[in-house]
Design a protein around this ligand. Structure first.
Ligand SMILES: Nc1ncnc2c1ncn2[C@@H]1O[C@H](COP(=O)(O)OP(=O)(O)OP(=O)(O)O)[C@@H](O)[C@H]1O
Ligand SMILES: [Mg+2]
Length: 281
């Protein structure tokens, strides 16, 4: 990613999150979240474990109720009919498919075509959409393979192909890179980027891989209870700045040694880590 596309301000936002707070188990896990995403944007969310990333996505989908504030997708509440089929979600656990179900890649991807209209009738048409999606993620050679015989990365691709087959314009991806090797990650990220540029798809993707996100996303968000950074990847704070934002003291007592690798803001070094220790111990 070299150019950073300007936000198409003349378009209407595809996603509007206004002053959203969500409680789980009586604890407020995200608060005062404000976010607008425009068609064709590729937005990456990073943040500590338990920071509320998956919660935000579930609130966007309408799966979790907002304690305050509201979410609009294409100007409508997320669970409304008008939104149905516009959003595809690849959940954090999506690649952990049930072991006891026998399903080929093509069958799994075909499930992406199911919607409220055809749920009870077998899908006969649109198989080309399934094949297109399988091809897009590069799994043609495995289309008839049992999904349980795939590698983690291949399974991840199959799950993403299912989202693509749905034809949704807004893809919400929760940690889709987990379990993938570097080469698969890179090609998947390129693929996702091309969806935004060529098909005007909109992507909101959670990842712990800050380096990968910096190289691919058009915009990055740091979420820890609330949005603490929202801007172009080159402006994303360094790990030290993030630590300061989180109130973590420097264990070296303020003696700064400037390892460039400690900055997610510099260079093209690549690290893929859960950078932040889990919250609360
Ligand atoms: N089903 C649940 N019921 C109650 N609390 C939950 C539930 N899921 C998550 N939480 C809590 O909500 C907070 C935010 O969790 P969330 O899963 O949104 O974080 P996350 O940023 O996605 O973390 P991770 O990077 O580990 O996936 C955490 O404190 C978590 O313990
Ligand atoms: Mg999560």
């Amino acid at each position: 990613m070299t150019e950073s596309p300007t936000t198409p301000q003349e378009a209407l936002p595809l996603l509007q999150v206004e002053q959203v707070s969500v409680r789980r188990n009586r604890t407020e896990v995200i608060r005062d979240v404000n976010l607008e995403i425009y068609p064709g944007e590729f937005v990456g969310i990073v943040g500590p474990n338990g920071g509320g990333k998956s919660t935000l996505i579930q609130a966007i989908l309408g799966l979790l109720k907002c304690q305050s504030g509201h979410v609009l997708v294409a100007g409508k509440p997320p669970m409304s009919k008008a939104v149905f089929g516009k959003i595809a979600w690849v959940s954090q656990a999506a690649a952990y498919l049930p072991q006891n179900v026998r399903l080929t890649v093509r069958e799994l991807v075909g499930m992406g075509l199911l919607n409220n209209k055809n749920w009870f009738s077998p899908i006969t048409s649109s198989t080309s959409r399934v094949d297109d999606a399988i091809q897009m993620v590069g799994l043609e050679h495995l289309a008839n393979r049992d999904v349980n015989q795939l590698s983690g990365g291949e399974r991840q691709r199959a799950v993403i192909a299912r989202a693509l087959a749905s034809g949704a314009e807004f893809l919400l991806l929760d940690e889709p890179l987990v379990g993938m090797d570097r080469a698969s990650r890179n090609s998947l990220l390129k693929l996702l980027d091309s969806f935004c540029h060529d098909q005007n798809k909109t992507i909101l993707m959670i990842s712990h891989d800050i380096a990968a996100m910096r190289q691919t996303a058009h915009r990055m968000i740091y979420l820890e209870e609330t949005i603490r950074f929202d801007g172009p990847p080159p402006h994303f704070p360094s790990l030290e700045e993030l630590a300061l934002m989180r109130g973590i003291e420097d264990v070296h007592g303020g003696h700064h040694h400037d390892h460039s690798a400690e900055h997610c803001g510099g260079g093209d070094h690549s690290f893929s880590v859960s950078v932040y220790p889990p919250k609360g111990g």
